[in-house]
Design a protein around this ligand. Structure first.
Ligand code: AMP
Ligand code: ZN
Length: 308
């Protein structure tokens, strides 16, 4: 399939999802409401993740889909992904500026001149609030830390591909500890991820991957990430057999976040980190693609795994 065909297939699947009422359009590409049926699948999949990972003793944390701007700045996200970041701005002008704003609005002109950055930035990945939070607690215990998070995430990547949303949910487990502890965690989840997703009866593949780093320097970062096999993805075809969609990610950040936030292991070393991310909407879209829009008609084995 060439690019034109892929785009057409994405648009067609989006239209089907909207016609079936599973996604509710808002007029902005990548920004959708979800139906009760869609949410039921997301909730059942969330529960499935807990069934596989919930006995490992993770500390559960739930953050709103926004970050302290200071954490965001410290994360160096703007170095790597300035094009994806969503910062929250609010009106900061006086009454005169307010009158100008209203006039411009009425005239259909740009009204955003007096919008100023707030202390809040949209969360780009569910694990971002965790590292500075753990850093503040001081050195890690000997066994390191395991955290469970779930959040809407924002990325400015408008697309007609229903699997590429601007606001989507990510469930994650995050391991923070020695290199051995962290590598073991990622190996465990690579295995579990395959088995867990296999139980949902969809074609899948696991492959090395890279993040979409910005610019020319970014291409080098992407290559080195691939060469060092720091990122794997579990891929399922959704709108194209040739270009399957990353539904789960397995990331090894080495000591990147440990350095940024001064996270130390019990023996004084810089902590390593890894996370496994579950793309809730993508998994739901893959299930609807492979088993149909009527969840009552899904294969009995899949229904049993999700609904018990
Ligand atoms: P990443 O941090 O890019 O590895 O993302 C983690 C997981 O979130 C991916 O494996 C996807 O399942 C999901 N994801 C990433 N970007 C999007 C998006 N634009 N729309 C929907 N899901 C996404
Ligand atoms: Zn993460």
């Amino acid at each position: 399939m060439n690019m034109v065909d892929i785009t057409a297939a994405q648009a067609a699947y989006r239209d089907e999802l909207v016609d079936a009422g599973l996604l509710i359009p808002t007029g902005v590409d990548g920004l959708y409401g979800r139906s009760g049926v869609f949410e039921d699948v997301v909730e059942r999949f969330d529960a499935l993740v807990t069934r596989w990972g919930g006995r490992d003793g993770a500390e559960v944390m739930r953050f709103p889909p926004a970050l302290n701007r200071q954490y965001f700045e410290e994360s160096e996200y703007l170095k790597s992904f300035p094009h994806l970041a969503g910062t929250i701005h609010s009106f900061g002008g006086d009454e005169k500026a307010h009158r100008t704003l209203l006039r411009r609005l009425e005239e259909g002109q740009d009204w955003t001149e007096d919008q100023v950055a707030t202390d809040v930035v949209m969360t780009p990945a569910a694990c971002y609030p965790v590292y500075p939070t753990i850093a503040r607690r001081g050195p890690l215990p000997g066994e390191g830390k395991l955290i469970d998070v779930f959040s809407y995430c924002f990325r400015h990547e408008p697309s007609i591909d229903p699997a590429r949303m601007q606001l989507f949910r990510m469930r994650e487990y995050i391991r923070i500890g020695t290199p051995d502890q962290v590598v073991e965690f990622r190996e465990l989840w690579l295995e579990r991820g395959r088995e867990m997703m296999g139980s949902l009866d969809m074609p899948l593949d696991v492959d090395v991957a890279n993040d979409p780093f910005f610019g020319r320097a970014g291409a080098m970062l992407s290559n080195s990430q691939r060469e060092q096999k720091l990122k794997f993805e579990l891929l399922i075809p959704i709108t194209s057999r040739e270009k399957p969609t990353a539904c789960l990610s397995f990331n090894y950040h080495q000591d990147h976040f440990g350095h940024l936030w001064d996270i130390h292991t019990a023996d004084g070393g810089v902590a390593h980190t890894a996370c496994v991310g579950f793309g809730m909407e993508r998994v739901a879209l893959a299930l609807f693609r492979h088993h149909g829009f009527d969840t009552a008609a899904w294969p009995a084995s899949v229904r049993k795994v999700l609904w018990g």
